[in-house]
Design a protein around this ligand. Structure first.
Ligand code: GUN
Ligand code: ZN
Length: 438
């Protein structure tokens, strides 16, 4: 296989920026290149240096004047909710019962799951997202369809069969034993195949009996290296109902703590209304709070206290995500645009470097996958997104007066969407321009 040399402006992060002037937090190369070989980044740096060291027969792709970044990472979304997006509901629980649960029932059909999986991965690629952490439905067939499509496209994905055995329609319920057996089967069938990672996925405390939560505890003990994902403290009614169902727990977070679910590979969607005690518990265990801005606004769930969680004496690890289909856009650009506005409403700042750090390296660190994705480091996987700040007439007009990298990033975030993604590379191969050929 011949190698590929990709030329353009390069941007990647070494660490979280401390301020908008923290130039040491990132590497920017105004005429840069990446040498890709066998799905990996072999070299990165100034074009002249990388070109000089490249093989003679290298295929060169020139993306100038566009910006080449690590592929975007989305740390929480629901694969069976593509046809739930844009459903008119007053709040989370109404939205789940009226639209979401009935739609997820359809994923018992393999053909339906397989069809949606193709659309799902097409949208990820179209929007420059190369890794996502996904909930499938309760049906093993949905996880099989998801992982088969991911394997076919050689994408790095984290996903799980949802475990849920109460408070939902019959067609969406397993049992503690079924959820144990099927999660184990999904792990055996898919974990480590290609770039697939299986996550242990109890939907949330409301839809799991204590018996099923015991099963999640056993799975986490048996598979301590796997990710765990669930929902926590999204909506006031949800919190009250959870506390009624688990009266012995100190609070919502304690329900999960009692079953051993807190830890550095655990991702908790939402975490909007945590008490100080709960935030301490999250911090002490290295658990990750996942900020889902478009969903939180759409469902009226609340304003995620990003800065308050980050700057506590015991800081909480955070990541950012679309939460499709509570979320309203597949685009991580649009997701961070809404995150910015949520911080504005709290009198806080989110500078453009913070945003692009979060959707790349920050989310990779939250997933404990930064040795593979989220940067342009040689030796990591060649998942890339190529961005054009002048993708639409309105963006091009605004771009005329952009005169710094910070301005460019902020324009991309505020006005950009899938049209700003010129190309998406998955494991070294151009994937966006090949859509439709699948
Ligand atoms: N809580 C439990 N399930 C869900 C879901 O599908 N979406 C959101 N936003 N919250 C949930
Ligand atoms: Zn969710």
């Amino acid at each position: 296989m011949t190698s590929t040399l990709i030329r353009g402006r390069l941007l990647s992060f070494h660490r979280e920026p401390q301020s908008i002037d923290d130039t040491a937090a990132y590497a920017y190369e105004s005429d840069g290149a990446l040498l890709l070989d066998n799905g990996m980044i072999k070299a990165a740096g100034p074009y002249s240096t990388v070109k000089a060291a490249a093989p003679q027969d290298v295929t060169e792709i020139d993306h100038r004047p566009h910006l080449i970044m690590p592929g975007f990472i989305d740390t929480h979304l629901h694969f069976p909710q593509m046809q739930v997006m844009a459903s008119y509901a007053a709040n989370l629980l109404e939205w789940l019962n009226t639209y979401t649960f009935p739609e997820e029932c359809r994923f018992v059909e393999t053909a339906h799951a397989e069809r949606i999986a193709v659309h799902f991965f097409d949208e990820m690629v179209r929007h420059g997202t190369t890794t996502a952490t996904a909930y499938c439905s309760v049906h093993k067939a949905s996880a099989d369809a998801f992982f088969a499509e991911s394997l076919k496209r050689d994408m790095c994905m984290v996903a799980g069969k949802v475990m849920m055995d109460r408070n939902a329609p019959q067609g969406l319920l397993d049992t503690p034993q079924m959820s144990y057996d099927e999660t184990r089967a999904v792990i055996a069938d898919w974990h480590g195949r290609g770039r697939n990672h299986v996550a242990i996925t109890p939907r949330f405390a409301i839809t799991s009996t204590p018996e099923q939560m015991e099963v999640t505890k056993s799975l986490v003990r048996e598979f301590p290296d796997l990710h765990v994902q669930t929902h926590l403290s999204e909506n006031r009614d949800e919190i009250a109902f959870t506390c009624e169902l688990y009266p012995e727990a100190k609070d919502y977070t304690d329900v999960y703590a009692r079953y051993g679910l807190l830890g550095p590979k655990s991702l908790f969607g939402h975490c909007i209304h945590l008490s100080e005690r709960e935030a301490d518990a999250m911090s002490e265990t290295g658990s990750v709070a996942v900020f889902c801005p478009t969903s939180n606004l759409f469902l009226g769930s609340g304003l995620f206290p990003l800065r308050a969680l980050m700057r506590r004496q015991k800081p909480v690890r955070v990541s950012v995500a679309s939460d499709i289909g509570g979320g309203t856009s597949y685009s991580m650009l649009k997701t961070l645009d809404e995150a910015y506005k949520i911080l504005q409403l709290q009198g806080e700042r989110l500078n453009p470097f913070d945003s692009f750090y979060m959707m790349t390296r920050g989310n990779a660190e939250a997933l404990s996958l930064v040795d593979r994705i989220g940067t342009l480091e040689p030796g990591t996987d060649a998942d890339l997104t190529v961005l054009n700040m002048a993708a639409t007439p309105a963006m091009a007009l605004r771009a005329e007066v952009v005169n710094s990298l910070a301005d460019e990033l902020f324009l991309l975030q505020t006005m950009g969407d899938d049209r700003a993604i010129v190309e998406t590379y998955v494991a070294g191969k151009p994937a966006k321009s090949s859509l439709g050929a699948n």
